[in-house]
Design a binder for this molecule. Structure first.
Ligand code: MN
Length: 273
């Protein structure tokens, strides 16, 4: 799909109070920049949280990869910040060099290790990337530096499969996300990660936590704590959005884009066939 060329910016945009994005991995070949650009072009919000791993410094150190679509994502975010969206960036482990700038602002973007978001219905949410818990959780097969080359190969295969699916007129499907659910130790890793994040929210005495890092979008209650994971834009193309009444929802852009934008334009889906 070539959203970069075809999207008409802000025609009947989807309006949210807040948008939370993480694990975009700009500078990495696996980044689904066109899908993200399409989402950014079709949405507006008062708050935009960039919940870490926005850039992939590890990949950029290996080789320079910076296509126009990746720059277009940066430009779209800067344009939102310039137009009044409050943009808050909590760096992750892949863009840890940005952590040197915590407490500073660049181009209207606030950089901070952690942030507190207060929802429209007055819930306090701790926002942070999540790699802070790696030492507690220890085993992260898909996310450790050792595993990252295997992960790159998997994403390469994912792109080939989806190129073929696109030619066949089939929708996007994430091989990596599919495999992760099949592998038992990855499931147990996700469980341990979630427990550690939820424990930190209890320590901070907040009602919930928003993180990324494990590339697995989810909104779930863990007893008294709301756990939100924004997912990623290399496999699942997910974002968390807050409506103006404070309701939180995960968007899966490759599946939801057509439904949301068709409803928004109030057009019958006749030309879908
Ligand atoms: Mn990470």
């Amino acid at each position: 799909m070539s959203a970069a060329k075809t999207a008409s910016p802000l025609q009947n945009p989807l309006k949210y109070r807040a948008i939370f994005l993480s694990d975009i991995h700009l500078g990495f070949k696996g980044c689904q920049a066109d899908f993200l650009l399409d989402f950014l072009n079709r949405s507006e919000s008062e708050f935009l949280y960039l919940v870490g791993d926005i850039f992939d410094g590890w990949e950029m150190k290996k080789k320079t990869f910076w296509p126009a679509s990746h720059q277009a994502v940066v430009n779209a975010i800067l344009a939102k910040a310039a137009k009044g969206t409050r943009v808050i960036y909590t760096p992750g482990n892949h863009d840890e060099s940005a952590r040197h700038y915590c407490g500073h602002r660049f181009e209207n973007i606030e950089i901070s290790d952690t942030a507190i978001h207060i929802t429209a219905d007055a819930r306090k949410l701790l926002v942070l990337h999540g790699d802070q818990f790696d030492s507690v959780v220890k085993y992260s097969p898909f996310l450790s530096k050792v595993g990252s080359s295997m992960y790159s190969h998997l994403l390469f295969l994912n792109r080939i499969i989806n190129g073929a699916r696109r030619l066949a007129g089939l929708p996007y499907w994430s091989l990596a996300a599919h495999l992760k659910h099949k592998v038992k130790n990855v499931v147990s890793y996700i469980g341990k990660f979630e427990e550690a994040v939820v424990a930190s929210a209890r320590l901070e005495q907040v009602q919930g936590v928003v993180c990324g890092h494990i590339h697995h979008a989810e909104i779930a209650m863990f007893e008294d704590v709301l756990y939100c994971n924004t997912g990623d834009w290399v496999e699942s193309c997910t974002a968390m959005v807050e409506a103006h009444n404070g309701a939180l929802e995960i968007l899966r852009w490759t599946e939801d884009a057509q439904r949301l934008t068709t409803n928004e334009l109030d057009e019958p889906a006749l030309n879908a066939a």
